[in-house]
Ligand binder design. Structure first.
Ligand code: DHK
Length: 143
């Protein structure tokens, strides 16, 4: 089975209770359970990790270079600030799919720019948590 990493950034641990008008009512546990289930159908072994800390996300991306085939990442607020996460992703050889639950282009201007998008092979925006499922299907097409 191909190893897939599903990474979520800061504040996404509070999905379900965090601004549900923007992010919906599904919890991170719901998202991760559904990702693992779809992954199994697609022939993926999906490992789900979330951190509120930039360096931890960088460490996990570096660690993925050894044996992970593809990454799905919602860097959350680090999308708009983190050259460190971009640099780590630039050292990863497999496909990278970037997910944003909300439509970042219809929100504050500072959310319109993504550093991570310089590296991402696909960007899914504004599809709610369904975007994670779409991302896994995109990985399946690429791998
Ligand atoms: C999630 C966040 O936490 C925000 O900081 C981003 C993103 C948008 C999302 O839509 O999933 O700006």
């Amino acid at each position: 089975m191909k190893q897939i990493l599903l990474l979520n950034g800061p504040n996404l641990n509070l999905l379900g209770t965090r601004q549900p008008e923007l992010y919906g009512h599904a919890t991170l546990a719901d998202v991760e359970r559904d990702a693992v289930a779809l992954g199994t159908t697609l022939g993926f072994d999906v490992t789900c990790l979330q951190s509120n800390h930039e360096g931890q996300l960088v460490d996990w991306i570096q660690g993925a270079r050894a044996d992970v085939a593809g990454i799905v990442i919602n860097p959350a607020a680090y999308t708009h600030t983190s050259v460190a996460i971009l640099d780590a992703l630039n050292m990863f050889d497999g496909p990278v799919i970037e997910v944003h639950i909300s439509d970042i282009h219809k929100r504050e201007e500072f959310r319109h720019h993504s550093f991570v998008s310089y590296r991402s092979d696909e960007v899914i925006i504004g599809q709610g948590v369904d975007g994670y499922q779409q991302a896994l299907r995109m990985l399946a097409e690429r791998l």
